[in-house]
Ligand binder design. Structure first.
Ligand code: ZN
Length: 158
C-alpha cells in the first residue's frame, strides 16, 4: 500500500484537514490560513472572489483544498470569479451556532450557484427573509472579520 503522507508530516496534515478555529478580537471564529486556502480569504480583502482551478482537469474547486476533488491533482491556479450568481437554496437560521453570531440573527444561510458553476455555501445580507427567493440574482460582497480574512457574502443584484 502506498502512503502519500510521510509520518513526519502527519501532524501538519491533520491540522490542514481539520483546521482549528481561532478567535479574532470580535469573538467571531476565523479560519486557519494555509498556502492552499489563503488567497480565498485574503482575496476578499481586495474585493476579489477567488477559487482554485485544477490545472490538470480544469475544474473550479470550491471549497479550497490541497487536492482537486475530481482528479486528485495537487496542481491548481487561483482564478478571480465574477462574484455573480443565483440563490440555489436557502434556510433562515434563528438559533446561532456560536454566541458571537447572536446579534446577526436571523441569518440567511444560502447555497449560491455561481455564474461560473460551483455552488457556494454563504450568507445573504442586505435583504429581509421574506424577500429571498430561489433563483434570485445575487452579487458578492465581503465581510472582513480579521486583518487577513474576508468572508464572501451575497446581496441581491440591483
Ligand atoms: Zn482536477
Amino acid at each position: 500500500m502506498v502512503s502519500l503522507i510521510k509520518k513526519e508530516d502527519a501532524s501538519i496534515t491533520e491540522e490542514a484537514t481539520h483546521p482549528v478555529l481561532e478567535h479574532a478580537g470580535s469573538g467571531i471564529p476565523t479560519p486557519t490560513l494555509f498556502e492552499w486556502n489563503r488567497p480565498f480569504f485574503e482575496g476578499g480583502i481586495q474585493g476579489k472572489l477567488m477559487l482554485q482551478r485544477c490545472t490538470r482537469c480544469k475544474q473550479l474547486i470550491y471549497y479550497p483544498r490541497m487536492l482537486c476533488p475530481r482528479c486528485f491533482s495537487p496542481d491548481y491556479e487561483w482564478e478571480q470569479l465574477s462574484g455573480r450568481g443565483t440563490v440555489y437554496s436557502f434556510a433562515i437560521v434563528w438559533r446561532p451556532n456560536h454566541p458571537a453570531f447572536t446579534d446577526q440573527i436571523p441569518v440567511l444561510l444560502a447555497v449560491v450557484e455561481l455564474s461560473e458553476g460551483p455552488q457556494m455555501v454563504s450568507t445573504l445580507v442586505g435583504c429581509a427573509p421574506d424577500q429571498v427567493s430561489i433563483g434570485m440574482e445575487v452579487s458578492v460582497v465581503f465581510d472582513t472579520i480579521a486583518p487577513d480574512v474576508a468572508l464572501p457574502k451575497f446581496v441581491p443584484q440591483t
